[in-house]
Design a protein around this ligand. Structure first.
Ligand SMILES: [Zn+2]
Length: 334
């Protein structure tokens, strides 16, 4: 993981460093730094800020250097805005500085950022320059200082205080760093949204008037059953994963009312052919919510759909009312 030292020059209360109408240079620098950080959040790098993040302290230049050297960064960029007279004037343009004895890497980093800074901000390019700025004056780490336009320039002011201008400054630096350090984008799961997998429930019932299995039904596009003909057995599977289910048979002379054993998929069917059921319960191992509903033969109404699988939960543990035959069911996943 590459490390980057990023520095908003000065502090909020550093005197003199401001636009003629009182916008502090640190605020502008800090805004650009925040934007750089936000752009680079998607890349395989870590950013170490060397200024005080609230601007309250104007960190000394030596402590800023010590901070990024100690952190072992692979590159360092100090973000600034220029000033000429301090009163409104016609100065204009951007600059990138290396120290007076730049390494090859210093120069390459400067070029990566400078070319973009001129292009993206649309401001005049004043060149890649050299100076003994303490914050970049070392040869251990590739380091540059950027001046992104004049705070006291009637021409630059509008740009450097605008959202678009700040974003362009940030983009130039971030992309310059991406090129210089060959940063790679971290694959975002949101880049390729996983379309939730559709799983179908395919099921059929056996009914006791025609004494036969009715055709398969898929999900709740239809229901399985013939109204007025009691359901005796259920047979079901999923297009992916396993479905488990059981039925409750109505008591009769020869058969006490009871839950029959659970079955899985179409390894068996749930029910006894010829014995009407009054309740049914389904579950799956898909992680999706299964919903199912039973239609009461006598009342001719659909009972509320349920999602649970618990024979002791009359409300949401199964579909049906004991003692009342079911003549149709609906099952689907959500
Ligand atoms: Zn400055």
């Amino acid at each position: 993981m590459k490390k980057i030292g990023l520095d908003a020059g000065h502090g909020l209360y550093t005197s003199g460093k401001q636009t003629p109408d009182g916008i502090k240079e640190w605020s502008l620098n800090d805004d650009v730094c925040d934007r750089i950080q936000s752009i680079l959040r998607d890349y395989d790098c870590e950013i170490i800020r060397t200024d005080n993040n609230e601007g309250k302290i104007d960190e000394s230049l030596s402590s800023r250097v010590a901070a990024y050297i100690n952190a072992g960064v692979d590159a360092f960029v100090s973000i600034h805005h220029n000033a000429y007279t301090g009163n409104w004037n016609n100065a204009t343009g951007v600059e990138v500085y290396t120290d007076r004895t730049p390494t090859e890497k210093d120069e390459r980093l400067a070029k990566c950022i400078y070319n973009r800074l001129v292009e993206y901000t649309g401001l005049t390019g004043r060149g890649i320059k050299r100076a003994n700025f303490a914050v970049i004056n070392q040869n251990k780490v590739p380091a540059v200082l950027c001046e992104g336009g004049f705070m006291d320039s009637s021409a630059d002011y509008k740009i450097i205080t605008s959202d678009v201008g700040k974003q362009n400054y940030a983009l130039a630096v971030a992309e310059g760093l991406i090129e210089f350090l060959d940063l790679k984008k971290i694959p975002q799961s949101s880049d390729t949204p996983a379309t939730p997998e559709k799983i179908d429930v395919i099921y059929q019932v056996w009914e006791n008037v025609k004494d036969k299995w009715l055709p398969d039904v898929v999900n709740n596009t239809d229901y399985a059953g013939n109204f007025k003909n009691a359901v005796c057995a259920v047979y079901a599977n999923l297009t992916k994963g396993n479905i488990y289910y059981k039925v409750h048979i109505i008591g009769s002379k020869n058969n006490r009312a009871r839950w029959l054993p659970e079955v899985k998929n179409r390894e068996d069917y749930a029910g006894n052919l010829g014995q009407p059921i009054d309740a049914v319960a389904f579950r799956t191992d898909t992680g999706k919510t299964i919903k199912y509903a039973a239609h009461e033969k006598k009342s001719g109404r659909w009972l509320p759909a349920v999602t649970g699988y618990d024979i002791n939960d009359r409300i949401n543990g199964y579909a049906g009312n004991f003692g009342k035959e079911i003549d149709a069911i609906k099952v689907w996943l959500e």
